[in-house]
Design a protein around this ligand. Structure first.
Ligand code: TEU
Ligand code: CA
Length: 558
């Protein structure tokens, strides 16, 4: 394996620091808490951890608004705690990916604090400032978190652009000094020994020339920043420059978060020739039920159609083979819980369904990402009132869509939030059935627990050989043991079948068949499995041949 190629052999476990493990009873997860749980991650078999942002931040967007790139959020601990965590990880053979959030900073960042003072200071050109047009914002762009993407600052008599919250001003990547400042903070962490970066909305960094108005969906006042600001004219140039000046100098891995991309974009920005990033997080399979041209956008409560999901994942598997590399994920801190969204979280089916989703994803080509609690089959919160939400996106969306634009009723929007809110993923980790699920010893977790922690928790799963946890452990071990799972070529089977997602992988003279029933019904399917085939894994105790029971998964090798 060539230098820097270990990204292909990684299985990444994603930790949302705020909600993982509190060590000092203040109700907020922290670095010492993470360190105390490394053996759990090790036991699962992941060899890489991605930490969501742990830098100093006013938490307008839970750490995605960074006030100081080179210091640790005090609630999470100190730089000494970080050094200790990194050393502990490395001693256990676990690599660390940090979150790199450089499309925007916090408005509390010193760069912005200086920039907003005048039009001629050292940082004046670090952000995207424009004069008012006829007393209004310079264009019609809307923030991803509702409202205009522009905020006026009287000191400068100008507006600044923020594709996310007002407290998240976009950096001006056209300014070479901005790019150098970013490379410098990257080197700071790489020189400490971190093993790579997950790059937040990295395909937003090059804005279109002239910042022209965009189309406004019916019922809205604004044209959403996305996709107007994604995949801009200088993106590839910036990524190549970053590669030249930083990435190529270290033995590291990169994954760029890139909404609004297609397989051709992946080949462009994350080519296996090593000129850009190692892989991207694409959004197609988690956006299939969106209405991009309507003001309601991502908000709905429709289940995804299996045929569309299959079509999407299949075209990414085929489109990237030999040219780029897939990231494989069902959920993360921005997405609802996989078992609730793509399968079935009712007690009767949950365990089987969670294993089925794990099988579907982990037998694909690419690097799998497991989001904390996914390996337990954790579910959505099933919240029913607005005061149960904490996330800026969810709360602002409700205000805009229900209170201001009157596009849907409050009840309808609550149903949409229950189905799609990012908060579904952000409830504290369910370690055991004790008070606050073992997440904190204090009396106030920063965010509410999912009420089902007495039934779904790590302690119970670790003493149950049939648990989702041990099933994920086996999936990860199978990937390690079988080149065909890591490198094999993908072949879709029966694209029109709306109940079963089955596919083949091919490597040398070996064939693997992954069969996954996405329904709560029994169905019969014949994939012509040869008599001597080996059953690598399955989520029922026995094999009924062509009969597939509810949410049954099985994988054959021959
Ligand atoms: O998320 C980016 C992201 O998910 C959006 O671009 C999304 O497509 C948009 O909000 C439309 O719904 C990343 C982080 O993962 C997220 O937690 C941050 O809030 C965001 O960037 C800003 O940093
Ligand atoms: Ca704490």
């Amino acid at each position: 394996m060539a230098k820097n190629d270990w990204f292909k052999d990684s299985v990444v476990y994603q930790i949302y620091p705020m909600s993982f493990q509190d060590s000092n009873g203040d109700g907020i997860g922290d670095l010492k808490g993470i360190e105390s749980r490394l053996d759990y991650v090790k036991k699962l078999g992941a060899n890489t951890i991605w930490l969501n942002p742990i830098y100093k931040s006013p938490n307008k967007d839970n750490g995605y608004d960074i006030a100081d790139y080179e210091s640790i959020q005090p609630a999470y601990g100190t730089m000494a705690d970080f050094d200790s965590l990194l050393a502990a990880m490395h001693s256990k053979g676990i690599k660390l990916l940090m979150d790199l959030v450089v499309n925007h900073t916090s408005d509390q960042n010193e760069w912005f604090q200086e920039s907003k003072k005048s039009r001629d200071n050292k940082y004046a050109d670090f952000y995207i400032w424009r004069d008012p047009v006829d007393g209004h914002a310079p264009n019609n762009w809307g923030s991803n978190f509702a409202g205009s993407a522009w905020t006026f600052v009287p000191e400068r008599g100008q507006y600044y652009l923020h594709c996310f919250a007002e407290g998240q001003p976009d950096l001006n990547w056209r300014n070479p000094e901005v790019r150098e400042a970013v490379y410098s903070l990257m080197r700071f962490w790489l020189d400490k020994g971190v093993d790579g970066f997950r790059m937040d909305v990295i395909n937003y960094i090059s804005k279109p020339d002239g910042l022209p108005d965009g189309p406004v969906p019916a019922g809205s006042k604004y044209s959403p920043c996305e996709p107007l600001t994604t995949n801009g004219p200088h993106l590839l140039e910036y990524l190549n420059e970053m590669n030249d000046k930083v990435l190529s100098k270290y033995d590291m891995m990169t994954v760029g978060e890139m909404p609004a991309t297609n397989p051709e974009d992946a080949v462009r920005y994350a080519n296996l020739d090593g000129s850009g990033l190692n892989m991207i997080f694409q959004f197609e399979h988690v956006s299939l039920s969106f209405n991009p041209d309507q003001a309601i956008g991502k908000w709905n409560d429709e289940p995804v159609k299996l045929t569309e999901l299959k079509h999407s994942l299949s075209r990414w598997q085929a489109g990237l083979d030999g040219k780029s590399w897939n990231s494989l994920y069902w959920n993360n801190h921005d997405q609802p819980r996989a078992v609730s969204r793509f399968a079935n979280d009712e007690p009767e089916f949950r365990v089987r369904a969670a294993k089925m989703l794990g099988t579907t994803l982990h037998m694909l080509q690419g690097t799998p990402y497991v989001y904390e609690g996914e390996e337990l089959g954790m579910t959505n919160g099933h919240f029913t009132s607005l005061d149960q939400y904490e996330d800026i996106e969810s709360i602002n969306a409700y205000k805009q869509i229900v209170d201001q634009e009157h596009l849907v009723s409050g009840d309808k929007m609550l149903s949409y939030l229950a189905s799609r809110s990012r908060d579904n993923a952000r409830t504290p980790m369910q370690w055991d059935n004790g008070k606050y699920a073992g997440f904190t010893t204090g009396d106030k977790p920063w965010y509410r627990l999912n009420a089902n922690y007495p039934e779904i928790n790590a302690a119970d799963e670790l003493v149950d050989q049939d648990s989702v946890f041990y099933y994920y452990q086996k999936l990860i071990q199978l990937r390690r043991d079988n080149d065909i799972i890591r490198y094999g070529r993908f072949e879709a089977l029966d694209p029109k079948d709306d109940a079963v997602f089955a596919y083949k992988r091919h490597y040398n003279d070996l064939t693997l068949v992954s069969i996954n029933n996405f329904t709560a019904e029994s169905v019969a399917r014949d994939y012509q499995i040869p008599a001597g085939a080996q059953l690598l894994i399955g989520n029922y105790a026995d094999d009924q041949g062509t009969e597939l029971r509810p949410f049954e998964s099985k994988v054959y090798l021959f």
